[in-house]
Design a protein around this ligand. Structure first.
Ligand SMILES: Cc1ncc(COP(=O)(O)O)c(C=O)c1O
Length: 419
């Protein structure tokens, strides 16, 4: 695998970043041979700051770039909004917040009709857990082992021990059970459980696909115990799976859906905790017990409404499904050529994981992809899986190019392993 000396420009960025932002991160990317510094970005592409390396972004920052980079309609919406708005004042009633909440209610199933806004996915999960606790008067929260919901307070506590232990965030109120194991969940949920929180398809766990009937059993278990079901759609939502929400594939309506990342179109951060209408009472008597100054900024709400308008269009979702078919076929061919390396393709629409035979291979493939002109990163909690999240606006020719580059990355990795 190749490693070239850094240009003077890049060297300077790495030094400043290391000095003032994160010495660990700078060292990590130098050691792994992926010294990427984002320069120009457009559509499915990003260019290294030196301008000489173009990558197709199949990482998409977990869905932030569902619409590609700098989608022209998103940019023009932002520019128009900036000509007349600012972030607003979150204490007051806002036309833009009302309009975005209404748009989210329109695309959400059942009586998921009210929205609490935030800035980050972690904040939106924190909000969901707060609502569940206040609504039920219980403290317990159950999540999936190896799942990921962010690094803020309650989201962190619902996450992996390796992230919470360093910050002394452990609490016996938070339990984890294996994903896809309905019996384990049923054994863990009791009358003290306020919420079960699950990613529809756990991305950091390597995209295991929900088994038949898993969500129906989860929902039944929650209903039986008076526990609220929070579905984290931070990565699976907004059309990624070929339906607007990923959970729509699994025949249930949760009590809350959390949306973040791509909701801001990669341009203006906005997140949403979408809740059942009858849960809104938790804020009725004192609507100021939970606020967020920049959550649901007026200007961001306008941007997010455009994101929904684009992503909920039937032709947009149809394109996602067609691309999913192209990738399914192409991946099967590549897998046949590299049987000891590429062992399975996990897929729901364009939410995909490339399963390899060894936890060491995901990191190798990430570097090989970089060398072959693709940005693809392994799953943090299962490094045998390469996360594969191409932009939803990918055109068919680009999809073919992605497959060609992926094939090259497999060849590079296979040669490296054989050497
Ligand atoms: C599934 C999921 N939930 C929540 C989060 C947290 O989002 P944020 O980083 O915006 O706090 C992430 C971030 O990667 C995520 O992937």
């Amino acid at each position: 695998m190749t490693s070239q000396p850094l240009s003077a420009t890049k060297q300077a960025v790495f030094e400043r970043f290391s000095r003032h932002v994160s010495s660990g991160k700078a060292a990590f990317f130098l050691q792994t041979g992926i010294p990427l510094v984002f320069g120009k970005r457009e559509g499915p592409y990003i260019w290294d700051i030196d301008g000489d390396k173009r990558l197709i972004d199949c990482h998409c920052n977990g869905g932030v770039y569902n619409l590609g980079h700098r989608h022209p309609e998103i940019i023009s919406t932002l520019v128009e909004a900036a000509s007349r708005l600012d972030i607003g004042n979150h204490h007051f009633v806002s036309m833009e917040k009302a309009a975005l909440a209404e748009a989210l209610a329109d695309v959400s199933p059942g009586n998921l009709e009210c929205v609490v806004f935030g800035v980050s996915g972690g904040e939106a999960i924190d909000t969901a857990i707060k609502i569940a606790r206040k609504a039920t008067g219980r403290k317990g929260v159950i999540s999936a082992a190896g799942g990921y919901h962010g690094h803020t307070g309650l989201a962190l506590a619902a996450g992996d021990p390796k992230f919470k232990a360093p910050f002394l965030s452990d609490s016996s109120d938070f339990l984890q059970v294996p994903f896809n194991d309905a019996a384990a969940l049923e054994a863990a949920v009791d009358k003290n459980t306020a919420a079960v929180v699950l990613e529809t398809i756990p991305a950091t766990l390597g995209m295991p696909m929900p088994v038949e009937d898993y969500y129906r059993k989860v929902k039944q278990c929650c209903e039986k115990n008076g526990t609220l079901l929070i579905i984290d759609e931070v990565q699976a939502g907004l059309g990624r799976t070929g339906r607007f929400w990923g959970i729509e594939h699994y025949g249930i309506v949760p009590d809350m859906i959390v949306s973040a990342k791509g909701l801001g179109g990669g341009i203006y951060p906005v997140t949403a905790t979408i809740i059942r209408k009858d849960l809104e009472f938790v804020f009725h008597d004192d609507p100021f017990i939970h606020v967020s100054t920049t959550g649901g900024a007026d200007i961001g709400c306008v941007v997010a409404r455009k994101v929904i308008e684009i992503s909920a269009a039937p032709s947009f979702l149809e394109n996602v499904n067609q691309l999913a078919g192209i990738f399914a076929g192409g991946m099967a061919e590549i897998a046949r050529e590299f049987p000891g390396l590429f062992t399975g393709f996990r897929q729901n629409g364009l939410m995909c994981g490339i399963q390899t035979a060894d936890p060491g291979y995901g990191p190798l493939m990430s570097k090989a992809c970089y060398d072959a002109g693709l940005l693809c990163i392994y799953a943090g909690n299962d490094p045998s899986v390469l996360q594969f999240l191409p932009p939803l606006i990918t055109e068919k020719e680009t999809a073919e190019e992605i497959l060609t580059r992926l094939h090259e990355a497999f060849s590079i990795t296979q040669n490296f392993i054989n050497a």
